[in-house]
Write a protein that binds this ligand. Structure first.
Ligand SMILES: NC(=O)c1ccc[n+]([C@@H]2O[C@H](COP(=O)([O-])OP(=O)(O)OC[C@H]3O[C@@H](n4cnc5c(N)ncnc54)[C@H](OP(=O)(O)O)[C@@H]3O)[C@@H](O)[C@H]2O)c1
Length: 260
């Protein structure tokens, strides 16, 4: 049985589709009612799909999901912790509650679920966990500061756990997609930026590559088109100040002036 969070749309839906195609029964989680449509679409692959509607921004919402998993009385052999949100804009002009929610969904729910799920996996001596980070993890993110920091946390967290769990039969993989064509940019308020208007990768391609890396037990993979992977390689070697300025150029809202 596989768990996929944030499986109602975008990369998560495609990750769930990969799991279903490879014969996994699924538990999928998301907050809104679209999760029911996603479950119906995934059932066409012939696997059992149980959907859980819960707000992963809250501790209790994560526990609701854990309760649903335990009620199935089957171990989660593979978990893909993918739910995530962004909140774009100048830090001082962004509502504190919105920023806290980015940390609650991206960071807190992932640590919470990883702690619970990995404990069971380690006890059984087998399991695979994927955590969706981002290429945004690799650069400080002016106009998206909390989001980029949350994704840097997730990359570091996943790679640390991968190392800690060596020899236990459990692997942890960080998935770093580049800009991908999903509802993310609209929801994060990024449409009015160069990043929001840039060419994006197909979420199905990102999911295929992520699934492959997960099954191979890799610690980290950058996913997307060749263009995305070359861009990631070429920016990774740049001094941090240059990477930061590049991000500002791409994420600064239109009309707020460009200094690059
Ligand atoms: N698109 C990109 O360019 C890109 C690049 C790198 C990394 N990523 C990461 O990829 C992951 C998936 O994003 P996406 O691009 O596929 O965007 P998306 O289509 O907006 O998907 C986000 C998913 O997360 C779920 N989610 C958000 N808040 C939630 C909450 N409080 N409780 C439960 N579920 C919640 C959403 O469900 P509801 O609709 O029900 O809230 C949805 O299923 C995120 O972690 C994102 O940071 C995206």
């Amino acid at each position: 049985m596989a768990l996929v969070t944030g499986a109602s749309s975008g990369i998560g839906l495609e990750l769930a589709r990969e799991c279903a195609r490879h014969g996994y029964d699924l538990v999928i989680a998301a907050e809104d009612e679209l999760v029911h449509d996603a479950a119906a679409r995934l059932r066409v692959h012939g696997t059992a799909v149980h959907e859980v509607r819960t707000d992963l921004a809250t501790y209790d919402g994560v526990e609701v999901l854990m309760h649903e998993l335990r009620a199935r009385d089957r171990p989660v052999s593979t978990a893909l912790l993918n739910a995530g949100i962004g909140r774009a804009g100048a830090f001082l002009e962004t509502d504190l509650g919105d920023l806290a929610r980015v940390i609650d969904v991206n960071v807190s729910s992932t640590v919470h679920l990883a702690r619970r799920l990995l404990a069971d996996m380690a006890e059984r001596g087998e399991g695979r966990l994927l955590i969706t980070s981002s290429v945004a993890a690799e650069m400080p993110g002016p106009y998206n500061a909390v989001y980029n920091a949350s994704k840097a946390f997730l990359q570091s967290f996943a790679q640390a756990l991968h190392h800690e769990l060596q020899g236990t039969g459990v692997t942890v993989t960080a998935l770093l997609p580049g800009a991908t064509d999903t509802r993310f940019f609209l929801r994060a308020g990024l449409l009015d930026t160069r990043l929001g208007r840039s060419k994006k990768d197909d979420p199905a391609l990102v999911a295929r590559q992520g699934y492959r890396a997960l099954m191979a037990g890799r610690s980290r993979t950058v996913a997307g088109s060749v263009r995305t992977r070359v861009k990631e390689l070429s920016t990774r070697g740049l001094p941090v100040g240059v990477r930061t300025a590049l991000h500002a150029h791409w994420a600064r809202p239109h009309g707020s002036g460009s200094h690059l």
